[in-house]
Design a binder for this molecule. Structure first.
Ligand SMILES: [Zn+2]
Length: 73
């Protein structure tokens, strides 16, 4: 399974597998910055961390098998 490096505000860089990550995709308006994000529970401090996901990150995570959900707005 693919592993990803994400950043926790407490612990810094942490390694996560695809099933530890969730992508939340929001339909963006053209010309506006992406409002999509990903969330994970940090294996270090057990906090829930939410990070913005630009187009490239969304693509990378999706290709790596991270489950995603689509939300309106
Ligand atoms: Zn942490």
């Amino acid at each position: 399974m693919a592993t990803f490096t994400a950043r926790c505000p407490e612990c810094g860089r942490v390694e996560l597998t695809a099933d530890q990550l969730r992508l939340v995709l929001r339909r963006d308006k053209p010309g506006e910055p992406s409002k999509s994000f990903y969330v994970f529970r940090c294996p270090g401090c057990d906090d829930s961390v939410r990070r913005p996901a630009g187009e490239k990150i969304v693509e990378l995570l999706s290709d790596g098998g991270v489950p995603s959900m689509q939300v309106a707005g």
